[in-house]
Design a protein around this ligand. Structure first.
Ligand SMILES: Nc1ncnc2c1ncn2[C@@H]1O[C@H](COP(=O)(O)OP(=O)(O)OP(=O)(O)O)[C@@H](O)[C@H]1O
Ligand SMILES: [Mg+2]
Length: 328
Protein backbone atom coordinates (compact mmCIF):
# COMPACT_ATOMS: atom_id res chain seq x y z
CA UNK A 1 0.00 0.00 0.00
CA UNK A 2 1.34 3.44 -0.86
CA UNK A 3 1.66 5.89 1.99
CA UNK A 4 -1.53 7.96 2.13
CA UNK A 5 0.30 11.25 1.77
CA UNK A 6 1.84 10.26 -1.57
CA UNK A 7 0.10 11.54 -4.69
CA UNK A 8 2.36 9.52 -6.98
CA UNK A 9 4.09 6.24 -6.27
CA UNK A 10 6.08 4.95 -9.23
CA UNK A 11 7.87 1.63 -8.82
CA UNK A 12 10.08 -0.03 -11.39
CA UNK A 13 8.28 1.16 -14.50
CA UNK A 14 9.62 -0.26 -17.77
CA UNK A 15 8.55 0.60 -21.28
CA UNK A 16 9.99 -0.39 -24.63
CA UNK A 17 9.13 0.67 -28.16
CA UNK A 18 10.37 -2.23 -30.28
CA UNK A 19 14.10 -2.38 -29.62
CA UNK A 20 14.19 0.95 -27.85
CA UNK A 21 14.12 0.62 -24.07
CA UNK A 22 12.62 4.00 -23.20
CA UNK A 23 12.19 3.26 -19.47
CA UNK A 24 14.36 0.72 -17.63
CA UNK A 25 12.84 0.64 -14.19
CA UNK A 26 11.89 4.15 -13.14
CA UNK A 27 10.90 4.67 -9.49
CA UNK A 28 10.04 7.76 -7.46
CA UNK A 29 7.36 9.10 -5.12
CA UNK A 30 5.77 12.52 -4.93
CA UNK A 31 4.18 13.83 -1.71
CA UNK A 32 0.73 15.33 -2.07
CA UNK A 33 0.77 19.05 -2.77
CA UNK A 34 4.41 19.18 -3.86
CA UNK A 35 6.09 19.90 -7.18
CA UNK A 36 8.38 17.33 -8.77
CA UNK A 37 10.68 18.52 -11.53
CA UNK A 38 11.73 15.84 -14.00
CA UNK A 39 14.95 16.68 -15.78
CA UNK A 40 16.76 14.79 -18.46
CA UNK A 41 18.40 15.18 -21.85
CA UNK A 42 16.44 14.65 -25.07
CA UNK A 43 15.23 11.07 -25.32
CA UNK A 44 15.77 10.37 -21.60
CA UNK A 45 12.22 9.10 -21.14
CA UNK A 46 10.45 12.09 -19.61
CA UNK A 47 7.46 12.16 -21.93
CA UNK A 48 7.18 8.38 -21.82
CA UNK A 49 7.03 8.57 -18.01
CA UNK A 50 4.31 11.21 -18.15
CA UNK A 51 2.37 9.18 -20.71
CA UNK A 52 2.49 6.06 -18.55
CA UNK A 53 1.37 7.98 -15.46
CA UNK A 54 -1.50 9.59 -17.33
CA UNK A 55 -2.56 6.21 -18.79
CA UNK A 56 -1.85 7.11 -22.42
CA UNK A 57 0.71 4.30 -22.45
CA UNK A 58 0.60 0.97 -20.66
CA UNK A 59 3.83 0.04 -18.84
CA UNK A 60 5.53 -3.28 -19.73
CA UNK A 61 6.48 -3.83 -16.09
CA UNK A 62 6.33 -2.09 -12.72
CA UNK A 63 3.49 -0.31 -10.97
CA UNK A 64 2.34 3.27 -10.74
CA UNK A 65 -0.31 4.62 -8.43
CA UNK A 66 -1.69 8.08 -9.16
CA UNK A 67 -3.91 9.76 -6.56
CA UNK A 68 -4.62 6.32 -5.14
CA UNK A 69 -5.49 4.70 -8.49
CA UNK A 70 -3.34 2.08 -10.21
CA UNK A 71 -2.62 3.09 -13.81
CA UNK A 72 -3.18 -0.43 -15.13
CA UNK A 73 -5.99 -1.66 -12.87
CA UNK A 74 -7.95 1.60 -12.71
CA UNK A 75 -7.06 3.91 -15.60
CA UNK A 76 -10.48 5.61 -15.46
CA UNK A 77 -9.88 6.51 -11.81
CA UNK A 78 -6.51 7.98 -12.74
CA UNK A 79 -7.99 10.05 -15.56
CA UNK A 80 -10.64 11.49 -13.27
CA UNK A 81 -7.93 12.66 -10.87
CA UNK A 82 -5.46 14.24 -13.24
CA UNK A 83 -5.02 16.96 -15.75
CA UNK A 84 -2.68 17.10 -18.66
CA UNK A 85 -1.67 19.93 -20.88
CA UNK A 86 0.00 20.20 -24.19
CA UNK A 87 -1.02 16.75 -25.32
CA UNK A 88 -4.55 17.33 -26.56
CA UNK A 89 -5.19 20.10 -29.03
CA UNK A 90 -8.48 20.43 -27.25
CA UNK A 91 -9.32 24.09 -27.77
CA UNK A 92 -12.00 25.00 -30.27
CA UNK A 93 -10.38 27.74 -32.34
CA UNK A 94 -13.68 29.23 -33.46
CA UNK A 95 -14.79 29.85 -29.87
CA UNK A 96 -13.63 32.43 -27.35
CA UNK A 97 -11.64 31.44 -24.29
CA UNK A 98 -14.74 31.94 -22.16
CA UNK A 99 -16.85 29.74 -24.45
CA UNK A 100 -14.17 27.05 -24.41
CA UNK A 101 -14.11 27.09 -20.62
CA UNK A 102 -17.90 26.90 -20.34
CA UNK A 103 -17.94 24.06 -22.87
CA UNK A 104 -15.36 22.17 -20.82
CA UNK A 105 -17.40 22.69 -17.67
CA UNK A 106 -20.52 21.37 -19.38
CA UNK A 107 -18.57 18.34 -20.66
CA UNK A 108 -17.45 17.73 -17.11
CA UNK A 109 -21.09 17.69 -16.04
CA UNK A 110 -21.37 21.13 -14.43
CA UNK A 111 -24.78 22.86 -14.63
CA UNK A 112 -24.72 25.84 -17.03
CA UNK A 113 -24.72 28.42 -14.21
CA UNK A 114 -21.78 26.78 -12.45
CA UNK A 115 -19.89 26.32 -15.70
CA UNK A 116 -20.24 30.05 -16.42
CA UNK A 117 -19.20 31.05 -12.93
CA UNK A 118 -16.16 28.76 -13.02
CA UNK A 119 -15.19 30.09 -16.47
CA UNK A 120 -15.23 33.63 -15.15
CA UNK A 121 -13.20 32.68 -12.10
CA UNK A 122 -10.55 31.01 -14.25
CA UNK A 123 -10.36 33.90 -16.73
CA UNK A 124 -9.69 36.19 -13.80
CA UNK A 125 -7.13 33.86 -12.28
CA UNK A 126 -5.30 33.50 -15.58
CA UNK A 127 -5.31 37.19 -16.36
CA UNK A 128 -7.53 36.63 -19.39
CA UNK A 129 -10.54 38.80 -18.56
CA UNK A 130 -9.59 41.32 -21.26
CA UNK A 131 -8.93 38.78 -23.99
CA UNK A 132 -11.43 36.19 -22.81
CA UNK A 133 -14.17 37.18 -25.20
CA UNK A 134 -12.01 37.08 -28.31
CA UNK A 135 -11.66 33.99 -30.48
CA UNK A 136 -8.85 31.65 -29.47
CA UNK A 137 -7.62 31.55 -33.09
CA UNK A 138 -6.18 35.04 -32.61
CA UNK A 139 -4.28 34.23 -29.40
CA UNK A 140 -0.53 34.21 -28.93
CA UNK A 141 1.22 31.00 -27.91
CA UNK A 142 1.43 32.09 -24.28
CA UNK A 143 -2.25 33.03 -24.05
CA UNK A 144 -3.24 29.79 -25.70
CA UNK A 145 -1.13 27.86 -23.18
CA UNK A 146 -2.92 29.64 -20.35
CA UNK A 147 -6.38 28.81 -21.73
CA UNK A 148 -5.25 25.26 -22.30
CA UNK A 149 -4.19 24.93 -18.66
CA UNK A 150 -7.30 26.74 -17.43
CA UNK A 151 -9.50 24.21 -19.27
CA UNK A 152 -7.84 21.44 -17.32
CA UNK A 153 -8.74 23.18 -14.08
CA UNK A 154 -12.48 23.53 -14.66
CA UNK A 155 -12.93 20.67 -12.26
CA UNK A 156 -10.13 20.55 -9.74
CA UNK A 157 -7.60 17.81 -10.44
CA UNK A 158 -5.51 16.19 -7.70
CA UNK A 159 -2.47 15.78 -9.90
CA UNK A 160 -1.28 17.84 -12.85
CA UNK A 161 1.25 16.76 -15.45
CA UNK A 162 3.01 19.55 -17.27
CA UNK A 163 5.26 18.23 -20.02
CA UNK A 164 7.60 21.07 -20.93
CA UNK A 165 4.97 23.74 -20.25
CA UNK A 166 7.20 26.66 -21.16
CA UNK A 167 9.20 25.36 -24.10
CA UNK A 168 8.99 27.90 -26.90
CA UNK A 169 7.34 30.58 -24.79
CA UNK A 170 8.72 34.11 -24.55
CA UNK A 171 10.11 35.14 -21.14
CA UNK A 172 6.94 36.96 -20.12
CA UNK A 173 4.66 34.03 -20.91
CA UNK A 174 7.11 31.75 -19.14
CA UNK A 175 6.81 33.94 -16.06
CA UNK A 176 3.04 33.57 -16.35
CA UNK A 177 3.24 29.79 -16.30
CA UNK A 178 5.65 29.95 -13.35
CA UNK A 179 3.29 32.03 -11.25
CA UNK A 180 0.50 29.69 -12.26
CA UNK A 181 2.45 26.71 -10.91
CA UNK A 182 2.86 28.58 -7.63
CA UNK A 183 -0.88 29.24 -7.51
CA UNK A 184 -1.69 25.57 -8.12
CA UNK A 185 0.75 24.58 -5.43
CA UNK A 186 -0.99 26.84 -2.95
CA UNK A 187 -4.20 25.00 -3.76
CA UNK A 188 -2.50 21.77 -2.67
CA UNK A 189 -2.44 20.30 -6.16
CA UNK A 190 0.43 17.91 -6.89
CA UNK A 191 2.45 18.80 -9.96
CA UNK A 192 4.86 16.79 -12.07
CA UNK A 193 6.67 19.03 -14.47
CA UNK A 194 9.24 18.15 -17.08
CA UNK A 195 11.47 20.88 -18.34
CA UNK A 196 14.47 21.68 -20.47
CA UNK A 197 15.15 24.78 -18.40
CA UNK A 198 17.18 24.02 -15.33
CA UNK A 199 16.49 27.35 -13.68
CA UNK A 200 12.81 26.52 -14.02
CA UNK A 201 13.25 23.24 -12.15
CA UNK A 202 15.40 25.05 -9.62
CA UNK A 203 12.78 27.72 -9.02
CA UNK A 204 9.60 25.65 -8.98
CA UNK A 205 10.42 22.16 -7.75
CA UNK A 206 10.35 20.85 -4.21
CA UNK A 207 12.18 17.82 -5.49
CA UNK A 208 13.99 16.97 -8.69
CA UNK A 209 14.40 13.63 -10.41
CA UNK A 210 17.09 13.43 -13.08
CA UNK A 211 16.39 10.79 -15.71
CA UNK A 212 18.95 9.57 -18.22
CA UNK A 213 18.59 6.70 -20.68
CA UNK A 214 15.40 5.48 -19.03
CA UNK A 215 16.64 5.36 -15.44
CA UNK A 216 16.67 7.73 -12.49
CA UNK A 217 20.29 8.84 -12.04
CA UNK A 218 19.74 11.31 -9.20
CA UNK A 219 17.05 12.57 -6.91
CA UNK A 220 16.81 15.33 -4.32
CA UNK A 221 16.18 19.02 -3.81
CA UNK A 222 18.01 21.42 -6.12
CA UNK A 223 20.36 22.28 -3.24
CA UNK A 224 21.06 18.63 -2.46
CA UNK A 225 21.88 17.94 -6.09
CA UNK A 226 24.17 20.95 -6.22
CA UNK A 227 25.90 19.91 -3.02
CA UNK A 228 26.47 16.44 -4.46
CA UNK A 229 28.25 17.96 -7.39
CA UNK A 230 30.87 19.29 -5.04
CA UNK A 231 29.60 22.48 -3.46
CA UNK A 232 31.09 25.91 -4.03
CA UNK A 233 34.35 26.46 -5.78
CA UNK A 234 36.76 29.28 -6.26
CA UNK A 235 37.75 30.18 -9.77
CA UNK A 236 40.89 32.12 -10.61
CA UNK A 237 41.77 33.69 -13.95
CA UNK A 238 45.28 35.19 -14.21
CA UNK A 239 45.92 38.03 -16.63
CA UNK A 240 48.83 36.17 -18.20
CA UNK A 241 48.36 32.58 -19.36
CA UNK A 242 52.03 32.00 -18.46
CA UNK A 243 51.06 32.34 -14.80
CA UNK A 244 48.62 29.41 -14.89
CA UNK A 245 51.07 26.68 -13.82
CA UNK A 246 52.28 28.86 -10.95
CA UNK A 247 48.69 29.56 -9.83
CA UNK A 248 47.93 25.88 -9.95
CA UNK A 249 51.00 25.15 -7.85
CA UNK A 250 50.08 27.78 -5.25
CA UNK A 251 46.53 26.49 -4.88
CA UNK A 252 47.55 22.85 -4.84
CA UNK A 253 49.45 23.66 -1.66
CA UNK A 254 46.27 24.57 0.18
CA UNK A 255 44.89 22.01 2.60
CA UNK A 256 42.58 19.26 1.27
CA UNK A 257 42.69 20.75 -2.19
CA UNK A 258 42.05 19.04 -5.44
CA UNK A 259 41.67 20.85 -8.73
CA UNK A 260 38.08 20.60 -9.85
CA UNK A 261 38.29 21.89 -13.31
CA UNK A 262 40.56 24.15 -15.21
CA UNK A 263 39.46 25.73 -18.43
CA UNK A 264 42.11 26.87 -20.86
CA UNK A 265 42.56 30.17 -19.04
CA UNK A 266 41.54 29.42 -15.46
CA UNK A 267 41.97 27.22 -12.41
CA UNK A 268 39.27 26.22 -9.96
CA UNK A 269 39.46 24.60 -6.54
CA UNK A 270 36.75 23.55 -4.09
CA UNK A 271 35.81 26.30 -1.64
CA UNK A 272 34.39 24.40 1.34
CA UNK A 273 34.85 27.45 3.57
CA UNK A 274 33.32 29.85 1.09
CA UNK A 275 34.63 33.39 1.44
CA UNK A 276 37.46 32.24 3.71
CA UNK A 277 38.81 29.97 0.99
CA UNK A 278 38.54 32.87 -1.44
CA UNK A 279 40.48 35.16 0.91
CA UNK A 280 43.23 32.59 1.36
CA UNK A 281 43.50 32.10 -2.40
CA UNK A 282 43.75 35.86 -2.90
CA UNK A 283 46.43 36.17 -0.22
CA UNK A 284 48.61 33.47 -1.77
CA UNK A 285 48.31 34.89 -5.23
CA UNK A 286 48.99 38.39 -4.00
CA UNK A 287 52.14 37.31 -2.17
CA UNK A 288 53.36 35.66 -5.35
CA UNK A 289 52.77 38.93 -7.20
CA UNK A 290 50.51 37.42 -9.83
CA UNK A 291 48.02 39.73 -11.51
CA UNK A 292 44.45 38.48 -11.78
CA UNK A 293 41.88 39.16 -14.47
CA UNK A 294 39.14 37.63 -12.37
CA UNK A 295 38.47 35.71 -9.20
CA UNK A 296 35.08 34.46 -8.12
CA UNK A 297 33.32 32.23 -5.67
CA UNK A 298 30.94 30.06 -7.66
CA UNK A 299 28.15 27.76 -6.64
CA UNK A 300 27.44 24.91 -9.01
CA UNK A 301 24.44 25.64 -11.19
CA UNK A 302 22.00 22.88 -12.05
CA UNK A 303 23.80 22.94 -15.39
CA UNK A 304 26.96 21.78 -13.65
CA UNK A 305 24.90 19.11 -11.88
CA UNK A 306 23.40 17.97 -15.12
CA UNK A 307 26.79 17.77 -16.77
CA UNK A 308 28.27 15.85 -13.84
CA UNK A 309 25.39 13.37 -13.79
CA UNK A 310 24.81 12.73 -17.46
CA UNK A 311 28.26 13.48 -18.81
CA UNK A 312 26.92 15.95 -21.33
CA UNK A 313 25.63 19.49 -21.31
CA UNK A 314 22.10 20.25 -22.27
CA UNK A 315 21.26 20.90 -25.89
CA UNK A 316 19.69 24.26 -25.24
CA UNK A 317 21.94 27.20 -24.48
CA UNK A 318 19.84 29.41 -22.26
CA UNK A 319 21.54 29.10 -18.91
CA UNK A 320 24.74 30.68 -17.81
CA UNK A 321 25.74 29.47 -14.37
CA UNK A 322 25.05 31.96 -11.59
CA UNK A 323 28.14 33.63 -10.29
CA UNK A 324 28.10 35.08 -6.83
CA UNK A 325 30.63 36.53 -4.52
CA UNK A 326 33.62 38.70 -5.20
CA UNK A 327 34.93 39.79 -8.55
CA UNK A 328 38.15 41.70 -8.69
N1 LIG B 1 6.05 6.04 -29.86
C1 LIG B 1 7.34 5.76 -29.87
N2 LIG B 1 7.87 4.85 -30.74
C2 LIG B 1 9.17 4.55 -30.75
N3 LIG B 1 10.08 5.09 -29.93
C3 LIG B 1 9.66 6.00 -29.04
C4 LIG B 1 8.27 6.38 -28.96
N4 LIG B 1 8.13 7.31 -27.97
C5 LIG B 1 9.37 7.49 -27.47
N5 LIG B 1 10.29 6.70 -28.10
C6 LIG B 1 11.72 6.61 -27.78
O1 LIG B 1 11.84 6.43 -26.38
C7 LIG B 1 12.91 7.20 -25.84
C8 LIG B 1 12.37 8.14 -24.79
O2 LIG B 1 11.56 9.15 -25.42
P1 LIG B 1 10.82 10.31 -24.64
O3 LIG B 1 9.96 11.01 -25.61
O4 LIG B 1 10.18 9.75 -23.44
O5 LIG B 1 12.03 11.23 -24.22
P2 LIG B 1 12.00 12.68 -23.55
O6 LIG B 1 12.84 12.59 -22.34
O7 LIG B 1 10.61 13.15 -23.39
O8 LIG B 1 12.76 13.55 -24.65
P3 LIG B 1 12.55 15.10 -25.08
O9 LIG B 1 13.37 15.91 -24.14
O10 LIG B 1 13.14 15.13 -26.45
O11 LIG B 1 11.09 15.41 -25.06
C9 LIG B 1 13.55 7.87 -27.04
O12 LIG B 1 14.63 7.08 -27.47
C10 LIG B 1 12.46 7.90 -28.07
O13 LIG B 1 13.01 7.89 -29.36
MG1 LIG C 1 9.51 14.80 -24.14
Amino acid sequence: MPAPDMALVVDGIEKSFGDVKALRGVSFSVPRGSVLGVLGPNGAGKTTTVNVLSTLLRPDAGTAVVAGHDVVADPAGVRRSIMMTGQYAALDESLTARENLVLFGRLMGLPKRDAKARAHELLAQFDLLDAGDRKVSGYSGGMRRRVDIACGLVTRPEVIFLDEPTTGLDPRSRQGVWSLVSTLKQEDITILLTTQYLEEADLLSDNIVVIDKGTVVAEGTADELKARTGGSYCEVVPVRLDDLPRVRQLLAGMSHTRMVESGSDRVAIPAPDGARTLTEVLRRIDVAGIELADIALRRPSLDDVFLALTGRPRETADAAGPVDGVRS
